[in-house]
Design a protein around this ligand. Structure first.
Ligand code: PEP
Ligand code: MG
Length: 590
C-alpha cells in the first residue's frame, strides 16, 4: 500500500473489476426505493399511458405463465392466487386510479403504480378481515410486477444520476446495472458479491472499476463522500488527502490510457502467425453490452446469459417479453452467430422459487436445466420465445449444467415439440443450432455419445473446475484449489477433446479461462479453436494470437501431461511463452 497512504482511511475488500475512480459516493438503495417520482410534462402523458397499458398486459402474461407452470404442482385452491392477481390487473377501478395519478400529479407510471398500490393496501389493512389482508399482499405483488415490466425495457426509466458518481450499495443486481446511466457511473463499491458474480462480470465488461466485500460499505460510507476506488488492489479510500488524490489521479489516467490503446488492436485479425483462424466471440449478460460486439470486432456471441431477465423479478418473464428481448440480442449482428443460454438459475444465481426448496447443497442441487426440466413449462416458454425471435437463423440455443445423455434427449424432444407447435400455429422455424455446456465432469466421460445429439459443445471452465476439484467457485477459504492449471483439470480437458475428435462438432470454451492469456495458450495446446470471453479482452487476445504458431503448440502437451502441480504447469507456460506474453504486457494483462 506504500508509505504515501499510511494516514488515509482505507476500507479493504477485493477488486472485482480493475481500474481507478475518484469521485463522490451515491448510496443506491434497493428496488422498491428506486421507484422514484419523475415529473412529466402534460405532452408526455399519452406516451406514459401507453407504457402503462403495455406493462399491464405484460404483467397479465406473466401471471398466466406462472399459473400454467404450476398447474400440476398446486391444488386448485392455491392456483386461485393467480386468478385473483389477474382480476386485480383487470380491475378498472385500480387501473383508473393509477391513470388519474399519472394525469393529475404528472408523474411517471412506476411511481403512480407504487402510490396507488400503497393507498389500496393501506385501506385494506384497516379492515379486520383476513381475506382482505391477503388481497393487500396480492396488490403489492401486482404493483411490483407492473413496475418490473415498466423497468425492463424503458430507456426513459434509467435511474438518473445528477453527476458522475461512485455507486455504493449493499449488493448489486444486473437490473441495477442495467438501469443506471453507465456513462455517469465512475465505479461500484459493494458490500457483498464475488469475482464471478454476474454483476462483477458486467462491470468488467463495461470497464467500470469495482470493489466488493467491503464490510458495511453501504452503512459506513456516507452519501456524497469523496472517495477513491482502486479496483486493482480492491480497496477504497474515504475522504482522501490531497496527496492521495494527486497520486491516484496519475494512476487513473495511466490506466485509462491503456484502455484507449485497446481499440488500436482492432486491426489484428483472429489468426495465428501461421495463418490459422481462431474464433473469438463475446460473453454478454445484458442488452446494453450489445454494441461491444462491433466495438471489439468480435466473431459473434459465444455466450449470452439470460439470468438478467429473472434477476430483478425473481420470476419467469412472459413469452412476449422474452421474445422481444431475444430479438434485440439476435439482431445485434444478423450475420454473426448468437449463442443464447437458457436460464442458469440456482447455485450462485439463486432465485426465490429455488430457495423455497431449501437445499443443503444448492450447487449440487436444483440448478439450471435440472430446475427447468422439473418445471418444463418454464423451459417451454423460454424455448418458444427463442425460436420465435430467431428471425435471421443465427440462433444457437445452449443448455447449462447438462449431466446425462437422458437430459440431452429430453431437451431435444422439448425443443422439437415447441418448434412443431409454433409451426402448427402458423409460425416459421428458421435454422438454429442445439448445444450444451460442458460443466459437469460426467458429460465428458460420455462426450462421444453426447456428440450424436448436439450440434455444439461449449466448455464452461468456471463450473467444470468447481465440479472437478469439488471446490466452491466463490469460497475464499478454498480458492487456492481453484486453479485452471491443475493437472487433473488439464487432463480432463484433454480427455474431452479426444472424446469428441472426429465427430465434427463445434467445440468452444466460454469460461473465464478463455480470456486469460496463459489459459488461452493452454487451451490452444489442447486443441481448442473457438473461444468466448469478456469482449474487451478480444483485441488483446488477438494480438497474442498473432505471435503464436499454432502448428507447433501441440508438442507442448507431451511435456505438460507429466507435470504434477498447478504451479508448475503455470510456470512451464510462462517460461515457454515468455516472448509472446511480452507482446501484450503493456496492457497490464496476464
Ligand atoms: C462457466 O461455468 O464457465 C460459465 C461460463 O458459466 P457461468 O460462469 O455463468 O456459470
Ligand atoms: Mg457455469
Amino acid at each position: 500500500m506504500g508509505q504515501d497512504l499510511k494516514n488515509e482511511d482505507i476500507l479493504k475488500g477485493i477488486g472485482i473489476s480493475p481500474g481507478i475512480a475518484i469521485g463522490r459516493s451515491y448510496l443506491l438503495h434497493k428496488p422498491n426505493e428506486i421507484t422514484y417520482a419523475k415529473k412529466l410534462g402534460s405532452e408526455d402523458i399519452p406516451n406514459e399511458l401507453k407504457r402503462l397499458y403495455k406493462a399491464i398486459e405484460g404483467a397479465k402474461d406473466r401471471v398466466l405463465a406462472m399459473k400454467s407452470d404450476l398447474n400440476n404442482k398446486l391444488d386448485k385452491e392455491n392456483l386461485k392466487i393467480f386468478d385473483s392477481q389477474y382480476i386485480i390487473l383487470s380491475d378498472p377501478i385500480f387501473i383508473e386510479e393509477i391513470i388519474s395519478n399519472i394525469k393529475e400529479r404528472l408523474v411517471n407510471a412506476e411511481y403512480s403504480v407504487k402510490v396507488t398500490a400503497e393507498n389500496w393496501t393501506y385501506k385494506l389493512s384497516k379492515i379486520p378481515n383476513q381475506y382482505l389482508v391477503e388481497r393487500a399482499t396480492d396488490i403489492r405483488d401486482i404493483a411490483l410486477l407492473i413496475i418490473e415490466e415498466l423497468l425492463l425495457f424503458g430507456e426513459e426509466n434509467k435511474f438518473c444520476l445528477i453527476e458522475p458518481t461512485i455507486i455504493v450499495s449493499e449488493f448489486l443486481t444486473l437490473t441495477d446495472i442495467a438501469r443506471l446511466e453507465k456513462e455517469k457511473v465512475l465505479a461500484f463499491v459493494i458490500t457483498h458479491g464475488g469475482y464471478t458474480s454476474h454483476a462483477a462480470i458486467v462491470a468488467r465488461s463495461l470497464n467500470i472499476p469495482a470493489v466488493s466485500m467491503i464490510k458495511n460499505a453501504h452503512i459506513d460510507i456516507k452519501n456524497r463522500s469523496n472517495i477513491i476506488v482502486d479496483g486493482i488492489r480492491g480497496y477504497c479510500i474515504v475522504e482522501p488527502s490531497k496527496k492521495a488524490v494527486t497520486l491516484y489521479t496519475k494512476k487513473r489516467d495511466y490506466y485509462k490510457n491503456k484502455l484507449e490503446q485497446l481499440e488500436k488492436l482492432n486491426k489484428y485479425d483472429a489468426v495465428s502467425i501461421d495463418d490459422i483462424p481462431i474464433e473469438l466471440q463475446a460473453n454478454l449478460e445484458i442488452v446494453e453490452e450489445l454494441p461491444l460486439i462491433k466495438k471489439y470486432n468480435t466473431g459473434g456471441i459465444g455466450l449470452f446469459r439470460t439470468e438478467y431477465l429473472i434477476d430483478y423479478s425473481q420470476n419467469l418473464p412472459g413469452e412476449k417479453l422474452q421474445t422481444t428481448y431475444y430479438s434485440r440480442v439476435l439482431s445485434a449482428d444478423k450475420k454473426l452467430p448468437v449463442t443464447i443460454r437458457t436460464f442458469d438459475v440456482g447455485g450462485d444465481k439463486m432465485i426465490r422459487r429455488i430457495e423455497e426448496y431449501n437445499e443443503a447443497n444448492p450447487f449440487l442441487g436444483l440448478r439450471a436445466i435440472r430446475f427447468q426440466l422439473l418445471h418444463p413449462n418454464l423451459l417451454r416458454v423460454q424455448l418458444r420465445s427463442l425460436l420465435k425471435a430467431n428471425k435471421y437463423g443465427n440462433l444457437k440455443i445452449m443448455f447449462p449444467m447438462v449431466t446425462t445423455i437422458d437430459e440431452i434427449k429430453s431437451l431435444r424432444k422439448i425443443t422439437k415439440e415447441e418448434a412443431e407447435e409454433i409451426k402448427k400455429e402458423g409460425g416459421v422455424i428458421r435454422p438454429y443450432k442445439f448445444g450444451i455446456m460442458v460443466e459437469v465432469p460426467s458429460i465428458i466421460f460420455v462426450a462421444d455419445k453426447a456428440a450424436k445429439y448436439v450440434d455444439f459443445f461449449s466448455i464452461g471452465t468456471n463450473d467444470l473446475l468447481q465440479y472437478t476439484l469439488a471446490v466452491d467457485r466463490g469460497n475464499e477459504q478454498v480458492s487456492y484449489l481453484y486453479n485452471n492449471f491443475d493437472p487433473a483439470f488439464v487432463r480432463l480437458l484433454k480427455l474431452f477433446m479426444e472424446k469428441v475428435e472426429g465427430f465434427n462438432k463445434d467445440v468452444s470454451v466460454c469460461g473465464e479461462m478463455a480470456g486469460d492469456s496463459l489459459g488461452f495458450i493452454l487451451l490452444l495446446i489442447l486443441g481448442v479453436r473457438s473461444f468466448s470471453m469478456v469482449p474487451w479482452k478480444i483485441p488483446i487476445i488477438k494480438k497474442l494470437l498473432s505471435t503464436l504458431k499454432i502448428s507447433e503448440l501441440k508438442e507442448h502437451y507431451k511435456k505438460i501431461k507429466d507435470i504434477e502441480t498447478a504451479g508448475k504447469v503455470e510456470q512451464y507456460l510462462k517460461n515457454e511463452f515468455k516472448e509472446n506474453l511480452r507482446s501484450i504486457k503493456e496492457f497490464g494483462f496476464r
